[in-house]
Write a protein that binds this ligand. Structure first.
Ligand SMILES: *[C@@H]1O[C@H](CO)[C@@H](O)[C@H](O)[C@H]1NC(C)=O
Ligand SMILES: *[C@@H]1O[C@H](CO)[C@@H](O)[C@H](O)[C@H]1NC(C)=O
Ligand SMILES: *[C@@H]1O[C@H](CO)[C@@H](O)[C@H](O)[C@H]1NC(C)=O
Length: 276
């Protein structure tokens, strides 16, 4: 068994009333990688200039904006060897670059997105993930895993039957090659849990939560979203300043059931927002 102490701290219970009934959920079973969510299908050589993708539709299932690079595992950046978590390929988002995918969903339903991200340069890298009208900015400055790649979760409620998922790098760094790497974008429909006669806390065992990539041993970080309406961990809201980690029994010590929440400590690079 790997992993640290399982803890239930720093999470505040909220109790939203379920906004829809079971009947409108439909039979939309959706948990897994998005189409080409691992970017294994790549651009044709004629759509590339070095590592840069120069045709916005060159990566199947995705639409690109701005300076997007197609990264192969083992590729070097300076003296750093880039490794990729899902398959052999990933993308890197330069300044103001984004990747977008349209997906059929069920209107009114809650979904959680899970994706891998890695920071490449020393800057304060962030990602803005959105499905209109919801959006959330995830700081990826703190690195929790030894590989440099962390999994993040973010949730939204589908406003229509099509979700336009956008992952955007709002950065404005001098070096356009400094930007987050993205890989393994997955989705899971969330079913707001109800209290049971065994546990009056909703989702008290954290069994309902974001998608965990089957091969990932690191768990999924759930960042605190101050203005977030929708939690990837139904019925719970992250109140700490730091992310909490959602873990599975396959890779961590979980006292009850299959899922738990762990308080984590990450490696912080020095950062002074006041600029001093
Ligand atoms: C998404 O929904 C539209 C309209 O219902 C349908 O035409 C299309 O085939 C669907 N796409 C996928 C990938 O299921
Ligand atoms: C994130 O992206 C959404 C959608 O483009 C936008 O509405 C929102 O203002 C962005 N947030 C930040 C902090 O840039
Ligand atoms: C998970 O690992 C197994 C064995 O290494 C591999 O065959 C499989 O393709 C991996 N799955 C994903 C989604 O990466």
């Amino acid at each position: 068994m790997k992993g640290g102490t399982v803890s239930f701290l720093f999470v505040l219970l909220i109790s939203p009333s379920p906004p829809f009934s079971a009947s409108v959920m439909g039979n939309f079973v959706n948990a897994g990688m998005l189409p080409n969510g691992d970017f294994e299908l790549g651009p044709k050589p004629s759509d590339m200039k070095g590592t840069q993708v120069i045709n916005k539709n060159a990566i199947p299932s995705w639409e690109l904006t701005g300076f997007v690079e197609y990264i192969k595992s083992g590729q070097k950046q300076g003296d750093m060897l880039l490794v990729v978590p899902a398959g052999k390929f990933a993308v890197r988002l330069g300044n103001e670059a984004s990747i977008k995918q349209r997906l059929n969903v069920t209107k009114g339903m809650y979904y959680s997105l899970t994706f891998s991200a890695a920071r490449t340069c020393a800057q304060d890298e962030r990602l803005n993930i959105s499905v209109a009208p919801d959006s959330g900015v995830i700081p990826i400055q703190t690195v929790y895993s030894s590989s440099g790649w962390d999994l993040y979760a973010w949730a939204f409620q589908a406003e229509s039957n099509v979700a336009e998922i956008v992952i955007h790098n709002p950065g404005e760094e001098e070096d356009p090659a400094c930007g987050p790497l993205i890989d393994g974008v997955a989705i899971k429909a969330l079913y707001p849990p109800r209290p049971t006669n065994k546990n009056i806390l909703k989702n008290g065992g954290f069994e309902e939560g974001p998608y965990l990539l089957p091969n990932s041993t690191t768990g999924v970080l759930i960042p605190p979203f101050i203005e977030d309406d929708h939690s990837p961990l139904p019925a719970w809201m992250i109140e700490s300043l730091k992310a909490v980690k959602y873990v599975d029994v396959e890779h961590f010590s979980v006292p009850q059931g299959r899922r738990a929440v762990e308080l984590v400590a990450g490696k912080e690079r020095k950062r002074d927002r006041s600029g001093g």
